[in-house]
Design a protein around this ligand. Structure first.
Ligand SMILES: Cc1cc2nc3c(=O)[nH]c(=O)nc-3n(C[C@H](O)[C@H](O)[C@H](O)COP(=O)(O)OP(=O)(O)OC[C@H]3O[C@@H](n4cnc5c(N)ncnc54)[C@H](O)[C@@H]3O)c2cc1C
Length: 506
């Protein structure tokens, strides 16, 4: 038997281990996970009867292979969830699928409402042309936005930056209302300094012309990924799927070691011989699948050419702080036609554009799954995301002081009031939540070429490839890497995951 070491028990590592064990009986597989958790940044945390993710993760994939595994390990619901029953809401059901009241291994189909919160009003996400948009914007802003849009429609800027990209499609006024500040909050860099290709990848074919067209022919007869109105989500959070996949890996003979942070990777003549953990354990191996951050991997390998070491060491990331709160009520009411338990707002994600606050996105778990919340008719469970850089003032702020700041911001934005009772609050820090595409990323090819020189090393996953992956991309990297090893093919299929131009949601 040969030995494969898999670094990381997130979606990429688990998928590589699963595929290798599924397709071949010749490999011993050990997953080395630095943390005590399964699921990486897609894990779910349980506390006082409530569950939350590091920002809730919807399950969406264009890959049949990924969907097949999701369906196999966590079949789609065949019976409505508790809130749909109580509220008599329509929901999609899979014939013969499980009943969420009877099992936890079930994928729910949920209604997706995502809105922008700005000027203490809700706007459609993405923005759409309809009377309520203009009422919320006010006459003066609408007038200015209309003229600035027309100007941009006829006088296109050369697209040298993300700012140019947005202004060409939405006009300067709408850009400054809905994109400028949020983009800077998210990346810590002004859109004028970000490459325009980023917009082309994230804002799929949405423009005012399209929005106008949609008023008459909804979605132009087909679905843009940013307009999908239903999504899948595991009954007990995204992490519950990764626990199910970890169970499947163990059933096939794979081992998972927690607290096993890989700090050294030994190699000789272009092949990896062993990995070494921070406790000094040495695991000799015939192949390595690595989902640890590229910069850490290059450091662990040692002996990289100076250029490679420099590019890897300076790869940029954006880090994330979330504050998750349980409250009795919000200050905003459900003004939609969609009924909810407790008449809480039905949004899953809310993009907070208000410049007076630093928060970015807010997510309401009651609407992802009522089973995430201890009492979904009396309590609202939601997370607030703050984007920052590891080590900056936000990152270093004391947890309880940060929670206090977040509560104050929620009041300033008018999302909660003085009467709102805070029943619980949790602060989490997630380093390297977002691999970023600026700085030395432009020279990433040098790092990739050097790493590809190790015949039995496969870089997989979000930080493992420094790619802005969703969960399904990370799974596909894992599958492709296992197949490249078994079939003796090169690594191009592994690197080609998540490079197609028409994938992303906005
Ligand atoms: C706020 C937020 C919301 C998101 N929402 C969605 C969504 O709705 N849908 C979606 O599909 N995707 C979403 N994503 C993306 C998703 O989280 C990632 O694509 C996915 O978790 C990446 O999986 P991975 O295995 O590549 O990496 P990770 O999840 O980062 O897992 C890597 C694992 O490696 C371990 N590790 C790191 N270094 C070492 C080391 N030296 N030794 C051993 N172990 C190590 C880590 O502890 C971790 O467990 C979201 C991400 C964020 C930040």
């Amino acid at each position: 038997m040969k030995t494969a070491a898999v670094i990381g028990a997130g979606p990429a590592g688990l998928s590589a281990a699963y595929e290798l064990l599924e397709k071949s009986g010749d490999w011993n597989v050990t997953i080395l996970e630095a943390s005590p958790f399964i699921g990486g940044i897609s894990r779910t945390i349980e506390r006082n009867g409530n569950r939350f993710d590091i920002g809730p993760h919807r399950f969406f994939s264009k890959s049949d292979e990924v969907n097949a595994l999701w369906d196999k390990l966590m079949p789609r619901q065949g019976v409505p969830a508790m809130d749909d029953v109580l509220l008599n809401r329509r929901c999609s059901l899979a014939e013969g699928g499980p009943d969420p009241e009877k099992t936890d291994r079930v994928m729910l189909r949920r209604h997706r409402l995502t809105r922008i919160y700005y000027l203490k009003h809700f706007f459609d996400y993405p923005i759409s042309i309809k009377p309520s948009t203009f009422i919320a914007m006010g006459l003066a802003r609408t007038w200015k936005a209309g003229w600035s849009y027309l100007y941009s429609a006829f006088f296109k800027r050369p697209e040298k930056s993300l700012e140019d990209f947005y202004i060409n499609r939405f006009g300067k006024v709408l850009y400054s209302m809905f994109f400028e500040d949020y983009t800077e909050k998210l990346w810590g860099v002004h859109p004028s300094k970000i490459d325009p290709s980023w917009g082309a990848q994230r804002v799929k074919g949405l423009s005012l012309w399209k929005a106008l067209f949609n008023v008459f022919i909804p979605n132009g007869g087909r679905k843009e990924t940013s307009l999908i109105e239903e999504f899948s989500y595991p009954k007990l959070g995204s992490g519950s799927f990764w626990t199910a996949l970890a169970d499947a890996v163990r059933e096939k003979g794979g081992k998972i070691k927690f607290g096993a942070k890989v700090v050294g990777v030994e190699h000789e003549a272009g092949r990896i011989r062993a990995v070494v953990t921070s406790s000094g354990e040495r695991i000799a191996c015939d192949a390595v699948f690595s989902s640890m951050p590229i910069k850490d991997l290059v450091a662990a390998l040692g002996s990289a050419p100076e250029e490679v070491g420099r590019v890897a060491a300076e790869l940029p990331y954006r880090d994330l702080i979330t504050v998750t709160l349980v409250v009795d009520k919000l200050a905003i009411r459900n003004d939609t036609k969609y009924p909810t338990l407790g008449e809480y707002i039905p949004d899953v994600w809310i993009y907070v554009q208000d410049r007076a606050v630093r928060m970015g996105r807010l997510e309401i778990y009651n609407n992802f799954s009522p089973y995430m919340v201890d009492d979904p008719a009396k309590h609202v469970l939601f997370s607030v995301e703050y984007f920052c850089n590891e080590g900056d003032a936000f990152w270093q702020m004391d947890d309880s002081a940060f929670i206090g700041k977040c509560i104050e911001e929620l009041k300033v934005a008018g999302l909660i009031s003085e009467e709102t009772k805070i029943l619980d609050a949790v602060h989490t820090r997630t380093p390297k939540a977002y691999p970023a595409y600026f700085g030395t990323y432009a020279e990433f090819g040098k790092v990739r070429a050097w790493l590809d020189g190790f015949a039995n090393l496969y870089c997989i996953g979000r930080n493992g490839q420094h790619r802005y992956n969703n969960m399904d991309h990370s799974m596909l990297c894992g599958f492709e890497a296992a197949r490249a090893l078994l079939n003796g093919t090169d690594k191009s299929a592994v690197w080609n995951v998540n490079t197609e131009k028409d994938y992303h949601e906005s």
